[in-house]
Design a protein around this ligand. Sequence first.
Ligand code: ACO
Length: 434
Amino acid sequence: MPDTLTIIDNRTGKQYEVPILYGTYPLYGAAIRTTDLRQIGVSGEDFGLLGYDPAFTNTASCKSRITFIDGERGILRYCGYPIEELAEKSSFLEVAYLVLHGELPTQKELDGWSWNVIHHSFVHENIKKFMDGFRYDAHPMGILISTVAALSTFYPESKDIRNQQGRREQIYRLIAKMPTIAALAFRHTMGYPYTYPDNDLSYCGNFLNMMFKMTELRYTPDPVLEKALDILFILHADHEQNCSTSAMRGVGSSLPDPYVSVAAATAGLYGPLHGGANEQVLRMLQEIGSVDRIPGYIRQVKEGVFRLMGFGHRLYKNYDPRARILREMTHKVLERTGSSPLLDIAMELERIALEDEYFITRLLYPNVDFYSGIIYQAMGFPVDMFPVLFAIPRTAGWLAQWSEMLDDTEQKIARPRQVYIGPDTRPYLPIDRR
Ligand code: ACO
């Protein structure tokens, strides 16, 4: 059986052979190069056929070794390792190393990697002054986006993206400084004094320290919450070519420094249909307020008044595997922090939605954001911080995807085509004749 596609253009009767290319799984992700369609035309002057695919629902923009998702079967793997196993056995820094290097680290590699990340966690003192310029009620995601972009001006050498040693340095910095900037953004909006990193703590322990340390001389993170945050970070480390990652690759393809590309990716994450969804889920649960109001709320969702936040996914047409892990974890965290009335509403909402014809026929299941907000709130994070908590671990994935793109000789500056549907040439009319 030849690995080609035969296309007959009924306009001309001409026949074309187009090769099919495969990834790791021949039955998942077989593709044709849409540039092979350019030879198909009616006449010699014809531009040739384009692929038309609004929102890239069926177009691969790259080959990648990082993340595999089978949305039909609810499978997520980083570099071949199932997410469930990584969440159970690994740590976030180990997983960050994995997505960036393609292999799990040896103990020595992990020690070196962790040391480097932990020892880049301080930010320049001017960053604090820069942050002081934001209003007291500034959304921390807006502060994060702007401040990460500002880092570009502190590290001008980061423009040399082909320098592998320099690239490694920026990767350490970005993974290390995102939690610091996130915590500073939170403390700015609260009016709290800024807390410096404690390099003796773990990545997540230090983040909790920078967020919540008050008058104690030394902050000791609660081990249950520290572990829960680490697992949440593992689950959010990468998710292949979504809106924010495409922004990272798209902006990165014009070869700016990685700080501005991460700022662009963070902006992509901010919207309510992507990383802003967990914030919206919490607001939705608060708005519903009690279990008896759920049926009325679901009715309005079905009438199209609004969407059920935390439900549905472009790829998962099954239970999001990350949501399954988080559902379990919610109970563990709440055992520690005390119960939340929002959990009862969430569980009942999920039960009703999963039995409802509207959600069943559209294959709408809970996604990662459905439970993460409840956990974050129980841990003491304000709702505004939820998308920020998503951006911190996703930085590892963005950088892995960016680095992979830079080393991929097939990649160029991203430049999608369009199908022009505007007017044909027409004469210019002076303003008094329009
Ligand atoms: N609530 C109600 N109906 C929904 C929902 C929802 N959450 N999601 C999709 N639908 C319906 C749509 O109305 C549409 O119905 P129709 O065929 O009658 O018009 C159908 O399901 C298909 O929806 P699309 O918008 O075409 O699906 P798409 O794949 O483009 O959207 C998305 C995916 C954006 C995630 C969507 O499901 C959504 O808006 N969900 C709520 C927001 C959310 O939770 N986002 C987080 C995603 S996970 C992440 O980013 C980490």
